[in-house]
Design a protein around this ligand. Structure first.
Ligand code: ATP
Ligand code: MG
Length: 417
């Protein structure tokens, strides 16, 4: 009985009636995809958990680090495989609980293999008694508490070797990947939009990414490498992703030339949304995601956010709207995007930055500010310049490829109109 098994517990919150099968099968396929390349037996689904049995040669360390990026796991445990025999179970249970410090404990047994001679309640009593005696002999001041104990030693009698575990490792939480529908994330390169993307993926959304970039002060210096790095870092959460790259400088120049200076940044954002809307519809995405946080910068006053959003016909979600920068940075560190975003890059938005940006614009004012711009033409120009990269997370590695962008013309025009 050498290789351990991983027992995965999911959040019960989303187990609502008929949803259960859908979510559990999505979680099981995420676990299968996420652990691809690691030698495993089949993934079992007894009752309210998943059991992954590792085969000879499987690296436990690799398995655990892959599990960190699988959404929908409340907690998991590394379980000892044991011969299904009461004495062997007692010894394994002791080996599990002995190193833990606690005041109260319980033993919980589940028997999905009914051929085992003892009932669950009997297994619980025998092992509980055994542990209590041993713990007391070792001078530990502990007691059994069935309701909300500090430590629960779990025994699973399944058709394979029985499993014993007591130490819970917190999972990533959230909902299983790709259960909520599609969205398009406006990804800048800064801290915020990458974290916003993570928040939505964690809730089961599948995102495509749109990145608008300038050419940079020097050749080769742009924000593209940062956006690519961020997508590579984020894609494991949802397994596949598209990155649309849109050269934006010529459009910005038009805005600078024909629109009032104080509204520039807001008009850049509105133009980004209009172009992104064509891409979103192409992907059948239902909404946008951005990294805006209320009041963080001039373009994110409440009025400005409302005035910018008016340019879009799709709903726009801002998961970080009520979050402080410090909280955002802490999350960025946790998900590994911080060190990518922190790299210096040429951000296209501050280009031609107005000396005093408008703080409280209205949609009507921005409409007026855009009066001299040929909006449909600028959208067409943006879409025509767009290139597409496709990313895939497979066997623990991220692959990417350039993909031709075929755009049915009618759809584009419908979205622009
Ligand atoms: P971030 O850290 O995401 O850059 P920020 O606080 O710096 O956010 P802004 O730069 O004002 O704020 O951008 C607000 C949001 O607009 C971003 O979170 C992102 O969703 C979107 N955005 C800004 N610039 C770009 C860009 N070049 N390409 C795509 N989206 C962008
Ligand atoms: Mg930014």
């Amino acid at each position: 009985m050498s290789q351990p098994a991983i027992v995965i517990h999911y959040h019960e919150l989303w187990l609502k009636g008929r949803n259960k099968r859908f979510f559990v099968s999505k979680l099981a396929s995420a676990v299968r995809l996420g652990l691809e390349g690691i030698p495993l037996d089949k993934i079992e689904r007894p009752n309210d958990r998943l059991v992954v049995r590792l085969k000879e040669g499987a690296s436990l360390e690799d398995t655990l680090s892959r599990l960190e990026k699988i959404s929908g796991i409340a907690y998991y445990a590394i379980a000892r495989p044991v011969e299904a025999d009461l004495q062997a179970l007692c010894e394994a249970a002791w080996a599990e609980v002995e190193p833990l410090s606690f005041a109260t404990f319980a033993v919980r047994a589940k028997r999905s293999d009914k051929s085992f001679a003892h009932r669950s309640s009997e297994i619980e009593t025998v092992i509980g008694r055994f542990l209590l005696d041993r713990l007391r002999e070792a001078g530990r001041n502990v007691r059994v508490k069935l309701n909300d104990p500090d430590v629960t030693c779990r025994i699973e009698i399944t058709s394979g070797p029985a499993l014993v575990y007591a130490r819970k490792i917190p999972g990533s939480g959230g909902l299983p990947a790709n259960t909520a529908g599609k969205m398009l994330c406006l990804l800048s390169g800064g801290f915020d939009s990458a974290v916003a993307a993570y928040q939505m993926m964690k809730r089961g959304a599948h995102l495509s990414f749109a990145h608008f970039y300038g050419t940079g002060a020097r050749p080769g210096e742009s924000s593209l490498h940062v956006a690519r790095g961020l997508v590579r870092q984020l894609v494991p959460w949802q397994f596949t992703a598209k990155l649309y790259r849109i050269p934006f400088e010529s459009i910005q120049r038009e805005i600078v030339r024909y629109a009032p200076e104080s509204c520039r940044v807001l008009l850049y954002r509105r133009m980004m949304l209009r172009i992104a809307e064509v891409l979103a519809r192409r992907d059948h995405a239902l909404a946008f995601v951005t990294g805006d946080s209320l009041g963080q910068v001039a373009s994110q006053t409440l009025r400005n956010m409302v005035a910018v959003e008016a340019a879009s016909n799709l709903p726009l979600f801002r998961p970080l709207v009520g979050t402080d920068k410090l909280e955002i940075i802490a999350l960025a560190r946790k998900i590994g995007t911080h060190d990518i975003s922190v790299e210096p890059f040429h951000d296209c938005c501050p280009v031609f930055m107005p000396r005093s940006p408008a703080l409280h614009a209205t949609a009507a004012e921005l409409d007026a500010a855009e009066a001299k711009l040929d909006l449909p033409q600028l959208v067409r120009q943006g879409v025509a310049g767009t290139a597409l990269e496709s990313y895939r997370y497979v066997a623990g590695r991220v692959e990417s490829a350039e993909v031709p962008l075929n755009r049915p013309k009618e759809k584009q025009d419908a979205a622009i109109a």
